[in-house]
Design a protein around this ligand. Structure first.
Ligand code: FAD
Ligand code: EPU
Length: 337
């Protein structure tokens, strides 16, 4: 049986640490709770938010609506072959707890995604990625419920239309479904992806090539650049890395011959927004209580009691400046509400 909490403070439920309230909040511990919450929603005709760990959300103001918080968190093996294992994990399980679990079991595939905050249910939404791996590489199916019809669905990997920080859940089905579980396909056979940035160098410091050492190397790299939300509110990369045409890239290259870049295909190239923002001199700069992180210019931080609107003003000033300096339009990765 669900409990509806009114004027619920969400400060501890968003990693930016924005101090706002939601009109109603419903924690869902089992599927029946979700069904009951959806029934309540259909009677109330209010806006709603499906909340995970709140690590990719920026609240611009109080949330005048109903927050539904799936907290179901069971893990079960659903299939196994000599080479692979399929594991179904419920939406409310903490992402990094699951990564640690897989590393302990010697299951390969998601170790490079260690230490990303948030819950399982959000992992397919923006197709989380880091250090050369995207979660789509290990997703078999995504299960959930359409909010309007209260009907369940099961999508294959292909149905999810995954792309860089993109999926059907962030486009066509944005805010229309509740993901209730994700089925991952992990490898029982050793396979590593170590080519991104400083991963190999960090791993060498750890010694042997093992799953635990890869996880620890990734965690150490992340800790050296990214602020801990408990210490400095943030939502990771605030912007997506822009993907630009080869022609636009060649123009950029003429002026900045050391611009880091990642070819996407024969015509398009991804350029790190953090590098652009850094070059434009924003690192460490602040506006009101919002600031650009001193160690990673792609991360905006809450220096204390920042309002969502202060973070948005800073983000807009950066967008305008990058457009005027480089003729590149950068877009937020974070969901702004
Ligand atoms: P929330 O922020 O709660 O929600 C995000 C979106 O998903 C919202 O639109 C929400 O409505 C929707 N959603 C959440 N749960 C469900 C559900 N069950 N059903 C339907 N919709 C749902 N991301 C990366 O990709 N790579 C990184 O390396 C990375 N590093 C980060 C580092 C830090 C320090 C921080 C704070 C964030 C980082 N992120 C990174 C961003 C963030 O951790 C991920 O996007 C994460 O998947 C968000 O999960 P969440 O549970 O917190 O989602
Ligand atoms: N760079 C700078 N200055 C900066 C930041 C970056 O010059 O202030 C340069 C770096 O030197 C490097 C390049 O930009 O050459 C890329 O930097 P980094 O490896 O730190 O990665 P990123 O592109 O800034 C992306 C993801 C991160 C993910 C890392 C590691 C996006 C939007 N961000 O960041 O994801 O952890 O790669 O794979 O794609 C997130 O999504 O929240 C997130 C943290």
């Amino acid at each position: 049986m669900i409990q509806i909490q009114h004027n619920f403070n969400l400060k501890a439920f968003n990693t930016f640490g924005i101090d706002i309230q939601a009109s109603e909040y419903i924690a869902c511990h089992i599927i029946d709770d979700i069904m009951e919450a959806l029934k309540h929603l259909s009677h109330r005709q209010k806006s709603y938010l499906i909340l995970g760990g709140g690590s990719n959300i920026l609240f611009s103001k109080a949330f005048d609506g109903i927050v539904i918080h799936p907290l179901l968190n069971k893990i079960k093996v659903v299939k196994e072959s000599s080479e692979h294992i399929w594991v179904e994990v419920e939406a409310g399980a903490v992402w990094d707890d699951f990564v640690a679990y897989c590393v302990d079991k010697d299951w390969y595939g998601i170790e490079n995604l260690s230490y990303i905050p948030g819950n399982i249910g959000a992992s397919p939404v923006q197709n989380i990625g880091a250090y050369g791996v995207e979660v789509k590489d290990c997703i078999e199916d995504v299960k959930g419920i359409y909010i309007d019809k209260v009907e369940s669905f099961q999508f294959s990997n292909k149905d999810c239309q995954f792309g860089y920080r993109q999926s059907i859940f962030k486009s066509e089905l944005k805010n229309k479904v509740i993901i209730t579980s994700v089925v991952f396909r992990l490898s029982k056979v050793q396979s590593f992806k170590l080519d991104y940035g400083s991963v190999k160098a960090e791993l060498e410091k750890k010694g042997e090539l093992t799953l635990h050492n890869v996880r620890n190397a990734i965690i150490d790299i992340r800790k050296s650049k990214l602020p801990e939300p408990e210490e400095l509110g943030n939502a990771g990369s605030f912007f997506k890395n822009p993907v630009i045409s080869k022609d636009a890239f060649n123009i950029l290259l003429k002026e900045y011959n050391e611009v880091p870049n990642y070819p996407v295909n024969n015509n398009m190239i991804k350029v790190p927004a953090g590098w652009l923002i850094d070059q434009a001199g924003w690192k460490g700069k602040s506006m009101g209580n919002a600031a650009v992180h001193t160690k990673q210019a792609l991360v905006l931080v809450n220096q204390g009691n920042a309002k969502g609107s202060e973070v948005i003003s800073l983000a807009n000033a950066i967008i305008d400046d990058i457009k005027s300096k480089f003729n590149i339009v950068i877009e937020p990765e974070v969901n702004i509400l």
